[in-house]
Design a protein around this ligand. Structure first.
Ligand SMILES: Nc1ncnc2c1ncn2[C@@H]1O[C@H](COP(=O)(O)OP(=O)(O)OP(=O)(O)O)[C@@H](O)[C@H]1O
Ligand SMILES: [Mg+2]
Length: 340
């Protein structure tokens, strides 16, 4: 076996790369910095993220994916090329043979969006490209034997999409993909602070608040944090103190939308599978699974216990990687998916 097998979690917030036999070799924010004049690539990942919102006019820092799908095709292709080269550079023969690649996509993607992912990966140096839906990859990554006639529910909340899926016998029985996820909470926090204090905070500050104070079930211990923003009255910088109770207020509505979607999927799921899900529990994956109180909220609203996967942000890429070990399963699944 000379060619390399690569699994890619191409996410709105982060890109993770899995190489068969080596495991996860990269986990970076999905951000690229480009020199406007020469169009050369200046930085990818963490280094480029630091530049977001801070670039001089000659540099462009972009997030090429939005709401789970490619929004800037050329930049995505260049980002993928960077990661594929990184994955194959230790083996010149593998680079020559072009790697076999599996890329995940949200479960609600259109054919055009799928085509864009396949084309971008091919242009970036991949050989054969297979696609896998994010929640299915997440289920495989968690270690569920998806081929069994037993229902599992996976909720994968990333930055751009929340994918909710009921899986049984190697496929998705019922699913929903909503463009309400981590980024939506950040936006809600920005809006809340602007409305309440007339202060504009940046996206990164909002995300920081979400991670450190955020909650969708009230915290028993009140937390507080100082943040800086720009006063919309004076136009000058201003510091303010924000509490976890305020974050709860800011985030509740978005959390409600996600819980409603989970409930809708459960309502349309055949009763036998609902019974399996009740005994196994709902599995939460994606970076958003770390959101304080999310599991508790889902449990109280659905009556079904909810389990946060270990290393939830790595489940999808682990699953894309493992799916490479069973390409025939992936082919059958893709054929069925096309018919759906
Ligand atoms: N401790 C935490 N608490 C709350 N949210 C978190 C935490 N850690 C990460 N997140 C959020 O998780 C999201 C990123 O998750 P992930 O890396 O799974 O997204 P992605 O796969 O890139 O996006 P998508 O699947 O939607 O394309 C971000 O919105 C981030 O703010
Ligand atoms: Mg994801």
């Amino acid at each position: 076996m000379f060619g390399q097998d690569i699994g890619i979690d191409l996410g709105t917030s982060s890109v993770l790369i899995y190489v068969k036999g080596r495991g996860i070799i990269a986990k970076e924010p999905s951000v690229v910095a480009i020199d406007r004049e020469s169009t050369s690539l200046l930085a990818v990942g963490r280094e480029a993220q630091e530049m977001l919102g801070r670039t001089p006019c000659g540099i462009l820092a972009v997030k090429p994916l939005k709401e789970g799908v490619i929004s800037d095709y050329t930049v995505t292709e260049r980002m993928l090329k960077y990661f594929i080269q990184k994955a194959t550079k230790s083996s010149p023969l593998a680079a020559l043979l072009k790697p076999r690649v599996v890329v995940c996509v949200p479960s609600g993607v259109t054919e055009v969006e799928e085509r864009a992912v396949i084309d971008a990966a091919t242009q970036a140096g991949a050989g054969r490209v297979h696609l896998i839906e994010e929640p299915l990859a997440a289920a495989i990554g968690v270690g569920i034997d998806i081929t069994q006639p037993c229902g599992s529910m996976v909720v994968d909340m990333g930055g751009g999409t929340t994918d909710i899926a009921v899986i049984s016998l190697g496929g998705i029985v019922h699913s929903a993909s909503i463009k309400v996820a981590g980024d939506t909470f950040d936006d809600a926090i920005v809006k809340y602070i602007r409305r309440k204090y007339n202060i504009l905070v940046g996206e990164r500050t909002a995300e920081d608040l979400k991670i450190k104070l955020g909650c969708v079930t009230k915290r028993t211990k009140l937390l507080a944090m100082e943040v800086r923003g720009r006063s919309l009255v004076s136009g000058l910088p201003k510091t303010l103190q924000v509490t976890s109770d305020e974050m709860y207020e800011a985030m509740s509505e978005v959390a409600g939308t996600i819980v409603d979607s989970i409930r809708n999927v459960l309502e349309e799921t055949p009763p036998e599978l609902v019974s399996d899900i009740s005994s196994r529990g709902i599995i939460l994956t994606g970076g958003g699974a770390n959101l304080f109180g999310l599991g508790q909220l889902i449990k109280s609203e659905t009556g079904i216990k909810t389990v946060i996967a270990d290393d939830p942000d790595e489940c999808v890429v682990q699953g894309t990687g493992k799916s490479l070990e069973n390409i025939s399963l992936l082919k059958t699944y893709n054929e069925r998916r096309i018919k759906r």
